[in-house]
Design a protein around this ligand. Structure first.
Ligand SMILES: [Zn+2]
Length: 139
């Protein structure tokens, strides 16, 4: 390799380094901006999905507490009959599982609709572990 091409490659390398640095900077801003301006839509989309699933379940199971008849959706929960409750981590997975149980016709064996009060009373009476508990509310 002659002096000429060494110089050439060095220059080209510098150029690429400079170029990719610039590329990175501009695109980092671009991705940040993309997320910033679409954050609302991204969040809304997953919230809508969650609402839709929850509504399907309530439509199927009846929109009232099976113990006391309370029917304000905002304070209704889907309760695991066996007391396992919900896990917060796999929230979406849990909803999918419940929807699956409707398909399998096993929903009534596994789940029931309770209002927050009755759910709380059931937990205390049955000594259920609150760590595993999560409810579906209207928000
Ligand atoms: Zn109730």
């Amino acid at each position: 390799m002659g002096e000429y091409s060494k110089e050439y490659y060095k220059k080209r390398r510098e150029f690429f380094l400079e170029y990719s640095k610039e590329y990175y900077e501009t695109h980092r801003e671009y991705y940040k901006e993309y997320y910033r301006s679409n954050k609302y839509i991204i969040c809304k989309r997953s919230r809508d999905k969650w609402r839709e699933k929850r509504n399907k379940i309530l439509e199927f199971a009846g929109k009232k507490c099976i113990k006391c008849g309370f029917n304000d959706e905002r304070a209704l929960s889907i309760d695991h009959i066996d007391g396992r409750g919900f896990t917060r981590i796999s929230w979406n997975k849990e909803l999918n599982k419940i929807l699956q149980s409707i398909e399998d016709k096993t929903f009534n064996l596994k789940f029931q609709i309770l209002c927050f009060n009755c759910n709380q009373i059931k937990k205390v009476e049955n000594n259920e572990n609150p760590k595993w508990w999560h409810t579906i509310n209207g928000q």
